[in-house]
Design a protein around this ligand. Structure first.
Ligand code: ATP
Ligand code: MG
Length: 363
C-alpha cells in the first residue's frame, strides 16, 4: 500500500506526539484525522482536518474514524489493543507491536526472545512474592506492569521499605521487581522501518533523566562506536521480528561491564521523546519518517547534521520561553497545553551546538 498526497492519515491519541506527527503529515500534503478521548488537552486536534472525540473503546466511533482514513497509526502506547480489533483499515505499525510493550513483564520476555539482554526481574503479585523476590534482588525498582509513564507507577525498593507499603505506593497492582542497574549512561535507538522492510536508525544519544522523566537528550554521547552499532543491531532485530512499519524506539542502559555493555530497558512502538532532537538535528526528523513509512514512501535520510541538545520544557519552565526564543541556536517546539502542572511536558527546545560532517555517517 502506497498512499498518494491527499490521502488521510488517522492518528489515535491526541497528545504532543500526535500533534508533531500531524504537522509532519500536513507538510507532506496528507489529510489528517485525529481520534482522542475526552480527557486531556488534545493538542493534536489543532493540526488536524478532522477530529473524533470519543473513548478508545467506543466501537462505533472507532469504526467511523477507521472508515474515514487510509491508514491508522497511534501516538500513545496504551491504546487498548481490543479497540483496534476488527478495524478494516491498515494499521501501521500493527496492533501486535502495540501489544508487545504494554505489559512490562511480557515486554521483557519478548525483548529477550529478540536477543536483547534485560535487567534481572521477578513477577510480583502480592507482598509475599515481593518478599521472596527481594532475596535475590535486594536493590530494585518495583514497577506496575501496565500504564506507567514518566516514572509513574514505580517505587524504589530499599532494605528499610516494607513490601506491603511499596505495593500500596503503586496502587496494589500486578508488578515486576527489577534490579537497579548501575549504568554509566542511558541511550536509545530510534529506528524507522519501511513497508518494504528497509530500516534506518538515528545516532544513539545520551539521555538524561530526572525523577524518572526525560530531562535532556544530547550529543556527543558517551557510547563507544561498537556499542552504538550493537544497540542499532538489537533494535533492528525487534523491528524485524514484529515486521514493524513506522518509528520504533528502544531504551538502553549502558554499563561498564564488558560482558553486558547494553541492557534493554523498554521499547516504545511509536515516535519517542528521545528522538525529538531529530526535528532539527537530522536530515529527516522522526515524525516525517514515521509518516513516510506508514504511507509506504521511501524513508528519509537519518544522518545527524549537528551536535544538538534537546531540553524538555517541564511544567512552569514554560515561563522561560522568552529567554529561549531570544537564543539564535534554540529551536522551540511548544505543545500548546493549557495547564502547566509539575513535570508535565509543555514543549522542548533543540539547541544546535555545532554542525557536524555527516558524510559517511548514513544509516
Ligand atoms: P518513560 O515513559 O519516560 O520512558 P517509564 O515510566 O516508562 O518512563 P522507565 O523507562 O521504566 O519508566 O524508567 C524511567 C527511568 O528510571 C529510566 O530511564 C531510568 O533513568 C530509571 N530506571 C528505570 N529502571 C531502572 C533500573 N532497572 N535501573 C536503574 N535505573 C532505572
Ligand atoms: Mg522509559
Amino acid at each position: 500500500m502506497t498512499l498518494q498526497t491527499g490521502a488521510t492519515i488517522g492518528i489515535v491519541g491526541g497528545g504532543q506526539l500526535g500533534r508533531m506527527m500531524a504537522m509532519a503529515a500536513l507538510r507532506l500534503g496528507f489529510r489528517v484525522h485525529v481520534f482522542a478521548p475526552p480527557s486531556g488537552d488534545n493538542v493534536a486536534f489543532a493540526a488536524a482536518h478532522e477530529t473524533t472525540l470519543a473513548h478508545y473503546d467506543n466501537a462505533p466511533a472507532m469504526a467511523a474514524f477507521a472508515a474515514d482514513v487510509d491508514v491508522l497509526t497511534f501516538e500513545f502506547e496504551n491504546v487498548p489493543v481490543a479497540a483496534l480489533e476488527g478495524v478494516g483499515t491498515p494499521i501501521r505499525p500493527a496492533a501486535t507491536a502495540l501489544g508487545a510493550g504494554q505489559d512490562r513483564l511480557t515486554e521483557k520476555v519478548f525483548l529477550q526472545r529478540c536477543g536483547l539482554p534485560v535487567a534481572p526481574h521477578a513477577d510480583i503479585t502480592d507482598a509475599a512474592s515481593l518478599d521472596a523476590a527481594r532475596q535475590s534482588i535486594p536493590d530494585g525498582i518495583l514497577k506496575a506492569r501496565r500504564l506507567g509513564y514518566d516514572g509513574k507507577g514505580q517505587t524504589r525498593i530499599t532494605p528499610d521499605v516494607a513490601s506491603a507499603d511499596a505495593l500500596a505506593a503503586i496502587g496494589n497492582v500486578p508488578a515486576i521487581l527489577e534490579k537497579r542497574i548501575g549504568f554509566t549512561a542511558e541511550t536509545s535507538v530510534v529506528l524507522v522501518r519501511g513497508a518494504d522492510g528497509t530500516s534506518r536508525s538515528y545516532d544513539p544519544a545520551l539521555n538524561t533523566h530526572e525523577n524518572g522523566i526525560l530531562r535532556q537528550t544530547s550529543f556527543p554521547a558517551p557510547v563507544e562506536g561498537d556499542v552504538a552499532a550493537e544497540a542499532r543491531r538489537l533494535t533492528q532485530g525487534v523491528a524485524d521480528t514484529l515486521d514493524y512499519v513506522g518509528v520504533l524506539a528502544v531504551e538502553f542502559f549502558v554499563t561498564d561491564d564488558p560482558d553486558a555493555p547494553l541492557i534493554a530497558n523498554e521499547m516504545a512502538p511509536r515516535v519517542h521523546n528521545t528522538g525529538h532532537w531529530t526535528m532539527d538535528g537530522a536530515l529527516t526528523g522522526q515524525f516525517e519518517n514515521h509518516i513516510r513509512a506508514i504511507a509506504g514512501w521511501p524513508l528519509g535520510d537519518t544522518s545527524r547534521i549537528a551536535d544538538v541538545t534537546m531540553l524538555n520544557i517541564l511544567g512552569s519552565e514554560i515561563d522561560d520561553l522568552p529567554r529561549h526564543v531570544e537564543n539564535p541556536a534554540a529551536r522551540c517546539h511548544i505543545y500548546g497545553k493549557r495547564s502547566a502542572s509539575p513535570g508535565r511536558k509543555m514543549g522542548h527546545v533543540n539547541f544546535i551546538e555545532r554542525t557536524v560532517d555527516f558524510a559517511g555517517n548514513r544509516w
